[in-house]
Structure formats: structure tokens, C-alpha cells
Design a protein around this ligand. Structure first.
Ligand code: NDP
Ligand code: MG
Length: 382
């Protein structure tokens, strides 16, 4: 009989966290939730602890006042508590589904403690890059990619060597303005940009999907996860979001991975890895007719995509600047402070201003560049 895996879930109250709970609920004989975190949403976290009898919970933003956690749950508070959870002795795998820079520190804590990681937060690789990969190799821990494209590539690479790979091809939905005339992008409002045609996700990543800054971050993420340089990472528009990415080998054969557009598929693949069990949701039904379409992205429509490639080629601090500039610009756009097209413009200005300097060998050095870029972008006029 197979044993149960002990799961630490950081970011349990978020969109990825909720999908992870669906997987854990379905496979409760194989997956046991031993610790969960949220930032401030203590009511929802308490409900999760109640339902899954979770022994340890953490709130990264300390709260005053009463909470309704069950008696069996020990509640820790503050950002440092996330590091404690990430390195718990009983943990087998840590799913990092928090947003924000603290994810990088959680990942490093989990790696140092020798825990396998299921990685949802893509920004942490953009910031941590070589530091995360080298530490994971040194400690012999697995980095299992949750992001659907990287999970697809990970699955296609099983049993193959990176040397056999010609290129990887990331699919992208193209977002909700894929067919809007480019001249009309100037009029896009936050309420339009937070609707995704296929995926149900939070506002920031939905806006990133429309500008393809999300695909840009994923190019950088793929570079670190699979050790492949920018010139061998291609992007293709695939409006249906059913083919989640491809690997082309040097003999011309291409492998792809297909599933409906729901994050439960890659999350389950990571949490149960290497086992395959029944899915949480209905799978693709070939008795129903459907189309799969592919086309090249128009770089004029998606300038963020080009900037991501440029920043990855420049290396060092440039990807950190790209990520931080984008995050501030999206935040300002969602608050009606800047127009939609100021998002790529802000990233461009930040990349020009900071150039590419050595990234430094510590997390603190990288967080410093991240902070400086944020300050710079907050003060940009439009
Ligand atoms: P959500 O915003 O839905 O959830 C974020 C989670 O992190 C919540 O549990 C939240 O707690 C917690 N949190 C918020 N702020 C902080 C903070 N400062 N420090 C620590 N924890 C915090 O995000 P998603 O689930 O959509 O995304 C999580 C990560 O996964 C992101 O990096 C995203 O890019 C990546 N990702 C998401 C995909 C998706 O389909 N949603 C797909 C691929 C990658 P609280 O509820 O208390 O605020
Ligand atoms: Mg993705």
C-alpha cells in the first residue's frame, strides 16, 4: 500500500490554494494537509483547518483580536512563520502558492530543509534564478512546476535529457484582447482587462495574460527550470488553452501535453508525482468536436513579450526589473492611475533606467533591485 504524503500549502486561500484543496480532498488517502498559510484571510484559513484537521497554520500579516481556528490548530503569525512552515520536519512537499517576494524566502527555506517543492509562484524564479536552481541541485530537492506550461514541459521531458531538446514551445491564449484592433488598446479599462476568456485567475495574472507579460515571466521561468536559453524558447498563440506546451527534440519529433484549462490537472500531477490517479474534473472528450488553433504572436500587439526576451538575454538584474516594473504598472492601472498602454511603457522606462547590472549572490541583493525598481516605477508620470 502507498503511503500518504504530508503537504504544506502556502497560500491556501488563493486561487491555486483552492484548486490544491480540491485535489487533496479527492485524494485524501494519499495526501495529508499538515500546514497552511494565508496572508490575512483568517476566517477562510480557519475553515480550511477545520475541514482538513490541519495542525499548523500561519498568517503572514499578524492580526489583533479573536480568531475562530479549531483547538487542534497551532496558529503562528508573521512572515517568519512561513519559513517555519516551509521547513517543517514532517513535510514531504511544500506547495508555494503565495504571491509576493516572501515566496522566494519560503522556497529557499524549504530547499535548505531538503523538501521537494511544488512551485506555483513564478516571480520567485525570476528573482531568485540561479540561487534557487543551484540550491535545489546542491540539496537534491525536486522543483515540480505547477504553472501549466512548465508542468506540460516537465511531463514531456520525462525520460529525456535536456541535450536532446531542440526548443521548447510555450502556448499562450493571447488574452482577452487578442482580436481587438491594436489601435483600440488605448481604450482598455481595468474592468475589461480582468476578464479572461479561458482561465479563472486573480486580476494581476489576468491583466498579465492580456499584455503577455505573463508569458514573458514564463519564458524566464522556463529558462531557469529547464536550463534552456532564450533563443530556444518559442511562444505560440493557442486560443483554446488545451495544449499546454510542447517540447521539440533534435530529431524533429514534438511532444505536447493536453488537458482542459483548469489548474487542478498540473497541481495534481505535482502533488502525486510520480503517481497517476483519477482527475478531479472531467477530462477532454474526443467524442465532442473541438478545434485546436495555433499562430505566431504579433510582437507589435504584445510589446511586453519582446521586453521579456530582451531582459532574459541581458541577464543579471534585467529580469528582476522587468518583473517589478510590470507589477507596479499593473497595480497602478488597476487603480485607474495609469492607462493600459502605460504598462509596457513603464517597463521600457525601467529597463532603460536600470540597465543590466550584476545580480549579486544573495537574496537581499536581488530584493534590493526589486525594491528600487518599484520605487522608480511608482514615481513615473504617464
Ligand atoms: P491569489 O492572489 O489568488 O492568492 C494568493 C495567496 O497568497 C493567498 O493565500 C493570500 O492570502 C496569500 N498572500 C497574499 N499576499 C501575501 C503576502 N504578501 N505574503 C504571503 N502570502 C500572501 O494568487 P494565485 O493563487 O492566483 O497565484 C499564486 C501564485 O501562483 C502567483 O505567483 C501566480 O503568478 C502563480 N500562478 C497562478 C495561476 C493561477 O491560475 N491562478 C497559474 C500559474 C501561476 P490572503 O487570502 O490572506 O490574501
Ligand atoms: Mg501559465
Amino acid at each position: 500500500m502507498e503511503s500518504c504524503k504530508n503537504i504544506v500549502l502556502l497560500g491556501a486561500t488563493g486561487s491555486i490554494g483552492q484548486n490544491a484543496l480540491r485535489v487533496i480532498r479527492k485524494h485524501s488517502d494519499r495526501l495529508r494537509l499538515i500546514a497552511v498559510s494565508a496572508h490575512s484571510n483568517h476566517h477562510q484559513l480557519a475553515d480550511i483547518c477545520q475541514e482538513f484537521s490541519v495542525a499548523t497554520a500561519a498568517l503572514s500579516k499578524p492580526i489583533d483580536g479573536p480568531t475562530d481556528f479549531p483547538e487542534i490548530t497551532t496558529v503562528k503569525q508573521g512572515e517568519e512563520a512561513l519559513l517555519e512552515l516551509a521547513s517543517m520536519e514532517e513535510a514531504d512537499i511544500v506547495l508555494i502558492a503565495t504571491v509576493g517576494a516572501s515566496a522566494l524566502r519560503s522556497a529557499m527555506a524549504a530547499i535548505e530543509a531538503g523538501k521537494d517543492i511544488a512551485l506555483a509562484n513564478k516571480e520567485l524564479l525570476v528573482l531568485g534564478g540561479s540561487l534557487v536552481i543551484e540550491a535545489a541541485q546542491r540539496k537534491g530537492v525536486r522543483l515540480l512546476p505547477v504553472d501549466s506550461e512548465h508542468n506540460a514541459i516537465f511531463q514531456c521531458l520525462q525520460g529525456h535529457q535536456t541535450e536532446e531538446v531542440e526548443k521548447i514551445i510555450l502556448t499562450a491564449s493571447g488574452g482577452q484582447f487578442r482580436d481587438l484592433p491594436v489601435a483600440e488598446l488605448v481604450n482598455v479599462l481595468p474592468e475589461d482587462a480582468i476578464q479572461h476568456p479561458n482561465w479563472k485567475m486573480g486580476p494581476k495574472i489576468t491583466v498579465d495574460s492580456s499584455t503577455m507579460a505573463n508569458k514573458g515571466l514564463e519564458i524566464i521561468e522556463a529558462h531557469w527550470l529547464f536550463g534552456i536559453e532564450a533563443d530556444r524558447i518559442e511562444v505560440v498563440i493557442h486560443p483554446q488553452s488545451i495544449a499546454h506546451s510542447f517540447v521539440q527534440f533534435r530529431d524533429g519529433n514534438i511532444l505536447g501535453q493536453f488537458s482542459p484549462p483548469s489548474m487542478t490537472f498540473p497541481i495534481q500531477q505535482c502533488l502525486l508525482y510520480p503517481e497517476r490517479m483519477q482527475a478531479v474534473e472531467p477530462t477532454i472528450d474526443f467524442k465532442q468536436a473541438f478545434k485546436l488553433e495555433f499562430s505566431a504572436p504579433d510582437f507589435a500587439r504584445y510589446p511586453c513579450l519582446n521586453m521579456a526576451y530582451q531582459s532574459l538575454r541581458a541577464g543579471e538584474t534585467a529580469p528582476i526589473v522587468f518583473n517589478a516594473a510590470n507589477e507596479i504598472a499593473v497595480q497602478r492601472f488597476l487603480q485607474y492611475e495609469i492607462p493600459y498602454l502605460a504598462i509596457p511603457h513603464s517597463i521600457d522606462q525601467a529597463l532603460d533606467h536600470f540597465g543590466s547590472t550584476p545580480a549579486g549572490s544573495s537574496i537581499e541583493d536581488r530584493l534590493q533591485i526589486d525594491a528600487e525598481t518599484r520605487t522608480f516605477c511608482c514615481s513615473l508620470s504617464t
